[in-house]
Design a protein around this ligand. Structure first.
Ligand code: NAP
Length: 304
C-alpha cells in the first residue's frame, strides 16, 4: 500500500515525488516510457530559475530523478489504465498489474498535436517529426519546414539552424505568437525565412518527404515547395483520455483542479501540463507538483 502513486515522471511528477518523499510518504512513480516527459526533448533551457548555462531537458530531469531516489521514491515502468475507489484509498490498474494507494497524483502531461493534413501520418518518421532534438541530425545540409508560430516552433527553428541549410517557418496567421526575443532571433538568422498566413495542405513523398503543398489563406494561392523535412509544432493536447467519465475536464480536455491541485475526486490530485492552467512551463509544472504533494500529505494526515 503506497501513500501516493504519481502517474507520470515529467517535471511535475518528479517534483511531487521529491516533496512527498521528503514528507515521509511511501511514494511510487509510474511512467509508461522514459523519465523526463516532454522537456526531455528540449535541447536548451534558459528560463528555469537557477538552471546553469547550457542546461538541457534530459540533464535537468535526470537530476530530479536522482533527487527522488535520494529521498526513497520508487519507480516502475507501467502505463496507467484506471483507478477505483476502495475503503482505504484506490486500486490503480496498470498494463502490468494492479497497485494499492491512499492517494494519486495525475501528472501525465501533454503531447504534440498533429496538423491533420494529408500525408502527415503516412510520412511520420520519414521526414515528418515532432521533436527537433531527436531528429535534427538527420537533416544536416537539407531544407526543412517548421509549422507553427508559438514559442516551441520558434525555438526549434533556431535549433534546426545548427543542422539544416534552410528553414521555412510556415504559420497560419500574419503574426507570430512566440516571445518577442525569439522573433528577434528568427529575423536575424539568415537561414530562416517565413511563409505567413499560410497552411500546409499536403505533405508529399514516396517513402520520404519530398514536398509540401502550401496554401496562402489570404490570397488562396497554392504553392508546391520542395522540402526534405517537416517539423510540426502546433501545440499540445493533454494526456487525459484515461480519466474520461472519472475526473472533470475542461472543453480542451485538460483536468480541472483547484489551487491546491485537488481534482473533483477526493484523494486524486493533478499537476503539470495535464491540468487547466495559463502557463505550461517546467517552472509551473514543478510548482504544481510541490503543491500537489503538500496537499497529499495534508489529506493523509486528515484521514488519521
Ligand atoms: P502554442 O503556444 O499553443 O502555439 C501553437 C502554434 O501553432 C500557434 O502559433 C498556432 O497558431 C499554431 N497552430 C495551432 N494549431 C494549428 C494547426 N492546426 N495548423 C497550423 N498551425 C496551428 O504551443 P507551443 O508553442 O507548443 O507552446 C505551448 C506552451 O509552452 C506555451 O504557453 C508556450 O509559451 C510555452 N513554451 C515556452 C517556451 C519557453 O518559454 N522557452 C518554450 C516552448 C513552449 P495561432 O498562433 O494562429 O493560434
Amino acid at each position: 500500500m503506497y501513500d501516493t502513486i504519481i502517474v507520470g515522471a515529467g517535471p511535475a511528477g518528479l517534483a511531487a515525488g521529491i516533496y512527498a518523499a521528503r514528507g515521509a510518504l511511501k511514494v511510487l512513480i509510474i511512467e509508461k516510457s522514459g523519465i523526463g516527459g516532454q522537456i526531455a526533448t528540449s535541447w536548451e533551457i534558459e528560463n528555469y530559475p537557477g538552471a546553469p548555462p547550457n542546461s538541457n531537458g534530459p540533464g535537468l530531469t535526470e537530476r530530479m530523478r536522482e533527487q527522488c531516489e535520494e529521498f526513497g521514491v520508487e519507480f516502475a515502468t507501467k502505463a496507467y489504465r484506471s483507478s477505483q475507489k476502495t475503503e482505504n484509498g484506490f486500486i490503480v490498474e496498470t498494463d502490468a498489474g494492479s497497485l494499492e494507494t491512499q492517494t494519486i497524483i495525475m501528472a501525465t502531461g501533454a503531447e504534440p498535436k498533429l496538423i491533420g493534413c494529408k500525408g502527415e501520418k503516412e510520412l511520420r518518421g520519414m521526414g515528418v517529426s515532432y521533436c527537433a532534438t531527436c531528429d535534427a541530425n538527420f537533416f544536416k545540409g537539407l531544407k526543412v519546414a517548421v509549422i507553427g508560430g508559438g514559442d516551441t516552433a520558434l525555438e526549434e527553428a533556431l535549433y534546426l539552424t545548427k543542422f539544416a541549410k534552410e528553414i521555412i517557418i510556415i504559420h497560419r496567421r500574419n503574426e507570430l505568437r512566440g516571445a518577442k526575443i525569439l522573433q528577434h532571433r528568427i529575423q536575424e538568422n539568415e537561414k530562416i525565412s517565413m511563409m505567413l498566413s499560410s497552411v500546409v495542405e499536403e505533405i508529399k513523398g514516396n517513402g520520404l518527404v519530398e514536398a509540401i503543398t502550401v496554401k496562402n489563406v489570404v490570397t488562396g494561392e497554392i504553392a508546391e515547395v520542395p522540402i526534405d523535412g517537416v517539423f510540426v509544432f502546433v501545440g499540445q493536447k493533454p494526456n487525459s483520455e484515461a480519466f474520461v467519465g472519472h475526473l472533470e475536464r475542461d472543453a480542451r480536455d485538460y483536468l480541472i483542479t483547484d489551487d491546491e491541485m485537488r481534482t473533483n475526486v477526493p484523494g486524486i490530485f493533478a499537476a503539470g501540463d495535464v491540468r487547466r492552467k495559463s502557463l505550461r512551463q517546467v517552472v509551473t509544472a514543478t510548482a504544481d507538483g510541490a503543491i500537489a504533494a503538500v496537499n497529499v500529505i495534508k489529506f493523509i494526515e486528515e484521514l488519521k
